[in-house]
Write a protein that binds this ligand. Structure first.
Ligand code: MSP
Length: 525
């Protein structure tokens, strides 16, 4: 019996094409899903677009386009980016699809029937950029002349020039006063506290979980789940004059894809999801609102939420208004997807914030993939071709590699992707040292040392093969080509359909027949 593994990316807004920072979350999901898939799990990996939002409508208006025409264009742009990057998702959904509308209306009715939704007139500040409510303390002051922001204090004199804005979007929140439907979040405070206590790994890393716990401990306010003034979105089943608040709609996507999956069947065996991957900006929606909404609608809780940090670009905050959002396709066309993956996964531990610096990215790539890994592979290939004979199995010590494989399995399961990479490249360092010490390029010149040379080359080849298996979830295309260099042509198929473990036993022979092309060329800084 296979275990199921369901993982999700955030559902990205479509007022912009996906940028490299969205790719970060998608890459993490992709690597983890691939690992689980080749480890014999039945996987589901969902990615998508969040369309029922005011921002999308504003953008369509700016572009003088019909909203659906605009959304069709943006959805296909998003899908193309993930396809181009080779992200191995199993499901893609748009929130304007009928199946999703049906599901959201079902759950709204359920929550309404359990008295968790009620009507109220209220006045609030709202940031369209965040699609979230704001309180005074959430805002910062902006000097419109200098464009500088600073914390509010009683000394600050507000004026036409000094205004209060959302710190992330630098825009004044809207004041909204209207009749809305509210979700009784306050009712779930105790439930959430108990749930967190019983599920100490619900949010990782721990520091983010602590923030969530502290937030829930203070006081939970009910929140509005509908809009009277918006016209675009999912109509409430019990009040067709109002549309659903974007978060109440978006989060339930995770369930739509199980109840009404792409394949037309029923994927409810995948719920509860194993892992939602989100950045810190949307952790409250996922760790507080979402479990309460699920409880109200009688669904099980997701197993875990992995919270990533934020990247800056050359220490500047990423913002669409600063135009420092990088297009992932352009970046990967110029360098490579492996350079991006290697850098994003090995420069910070998941959860930490980090800075993106192209020079560092190139240096890491040159050192690890081009030198450490590829040079060694190339050496074995060239020397083996000189002997022109199959490399037969020798009794080499597997101690180190067994430990590496075991540690990597644990690290994949605990999302320590940086550690998997660090350990693998450290192992390759050792393998490079071993090679330098054994000098196969010298022994090969001596007829009497032929057997010794074969043994050395076999050892390096076998250890390389094991490292490629570990690196496969990160760099699937290039690792497949590596396998082919050693005539292990069916590996990708075996990995995709069978079991990684079947390939982790010792390989009896290697058949190296041609030099082939370079797999990792160096980049100039
Ligand atoms: N539509 C909501 C999510 C709904 S989920 C039910 C949304 N969309 S978003 O397009 O704004 O995407 C937010 C996500 O983009 C973040 O959670 C994060 O995964 C990613 N990132 C955006 N900027 C980022 C950085 N600067 N660094 C790292 N990740 C970032 O919010």
């Amino acid at each position: 019996m296979k275990n199921t593994f369901y993982t999700t990316t955030p559902i990205y807004y479509t007022n912009w094409i996906p940028h490299i920072w969205h790719a970060y979350t998608s890459l993490i999901c992709d690597i983890l899903t691939t690992y689980h898939k080749i480890s014999w799990d039945k996987v589901k990996f969902a990615t998508w677009v969040d369309e029922n939002s005011q921002k999308a409508l504003d953008k369509a208006n700016e572009a003088w386009m019909e909203i659906m025409q605009y959304l069709d264009m943006m959805a296909s742009k998003h899908k193309n980016v993930w396809d181009w990057l080779g992200i191995w998702y199993t499901d893609f959904i748009r929130t304007t699809e009928k199946r999703h509308h049906d599901l959201v209306r079902e759950v709204l009715q359920k929550c309404f029937d359990t008295w968790d939704i009620y009507e109220w007139v209220y006045e609030w500040m709202y940031c369209v950029g965040c699609e979230g409510f704001k309180k005074d303390e959430d805002l910062v002051c902006l000097n419109k002349t200098t464009n500088e922001t600073f914390e509010f204090s009683p000394k600050v004199k507000m004026s036409e020039n000094i205004i209060k804005v959302c710190p992330d979007h630098l825009k004044e929140p809207q004041i909204i006063k209207e009749k809305n439907w509210f979700f009784r979040l306050s009712k779930y405070q105790k439930y959430l506290q108990d749930f967190y206590k019983n599920n100490p790994d619900f949010v990782v890393p721990q520091n983010r979980f602590n923030e969530v716990i502290a937030f829930v401990e203070r006081w939970l306010e009910d929140f509005s789940i509908s809009r009277q003034s918006n016209t675009f979105g999912i109509k409430l089943p019990f009040d067709e004059t109002q549309v659903t608040y974007v978060w109440f709609d978006a989060l339930f996507n995770y369930i739509t894809l199980c109840k009404y999956p792409d394949n037309g069947g029923d994927d409810m065996m995948f719920w509860p999801a194993n892992l939602h991957v989100v950045a810190k900006d949307i952790i409250r929606f996922h760790a507080v609102f979402w479990p309460a909404m699920l409880k109200s609608a009688w669904y099980e809780m997701p197993k875990q939420i992995l919270t990533t940090g934020y990247f800056t670009l050359d220490w500047q905050k990423i913002s669409k208004s600063l135009w420092n959002a990088i297009d992932p396709v352009e970046f990967c066309e110029k360098y490579s997807k492996d350079l991006l993956t290697l850098y994003m996964m090995s420069s910070i531990n998941i959860g930490q914030d980090g800075d993106f610096n192209t020079k560092d990215a190139i240096n890491q790539y040159n050192a690890k993939l081009a030198n450490n890994l590829w040079n060694l592979v190339n050496r074995v290939v060239v020397l083996s071709l000189k002997i022109w004979w199959k490399l037969k199995s020798w009794d080499v010590s597997f101690l180190d590699i067994k430990k590496l494989t075991k540690d990597s399995n644990n690290n994949f399961k605990n999302y320590n992707l940086k550690q998997v990479l660090d350990d693998s490249f450290k192992f390759l360092d050792k393998l490079n040292d071993f090679t330098t010490k054994k000098e196969p390029w010298q022994t090969i010149k001596d007829e009497t040392k032929l057997e010794e040379t074969k043994e050395i080359l076999y050892t390096i080849a076998e250890w390389l093969r094991q490292v490629w298996l570990i690196l496969f979830p990160f760099f699937p295309e290039k690792m497949e080509e590596m396998f082919k260099k050693f005539w292990l042509n069916d590996y990708k198929e075996v990995l995709e359909n069978w079991w990684l473990i079947n390939l982790q036993n010792k390989q009896e022979t290697f058949n190296i027949l041609e030099k082939g092309s370079n797999l990792y060329d160096r980049f100039e800084v």
